[in-house]
Design a protein around this ligand. Structure first.
Ligand SMILES: [Zn+2]
Length: 103
């Protein structure tokens, strides 16, 4: 997961309009791909945007399989990783909701 380069914090907001992570402790901003699993991800950034949209719009959450189908992505694992990361960041906004509820 993302480590803040300024304070070492692990909790970040996702600034959706800028596609940056912002540290909740010190507000240090990191680009979306920098320092995260996205750096080594082969998923195009557009799929991240789409995944985020699907996850935001579906109230009950979207399954990894369903997201994989929606994105027409042939490999399950990168989609799973992506959802894991997105849920972790979105979970902060949605309170106690955790990714395990939807697995
Ligand atoms: Zn920080």
């Amino acid at each position: 997961m993302l480590l803040c380069k300024s304070c070492g914090g692990v909790d970040h907001y996702l600034l959706k309009n800028k596609w940056m992570w912002q540290c909740i402790v010190c507000n240090f901003r990191t680009s979306l791909r920098s320092g995260t699993i996205l750096e080594s991800s082969k998923l195009p950034i557009q799929k991240w945007f789409l995944a985020m949209a699907f996850m935001s719009f579906s109230k009950k959450g979207i399954s990894t399989k369903e997201l994989q189908r929606q994105l027409s992505h042939k490999n399950y694992e990168p989609i799973w990783l992506m959802m894991h990361i997105l849920r972790a960041s979105m979970g902060q906004r949605d309170g106690q909701k955790t990714f395990s509820q939807n697995l």
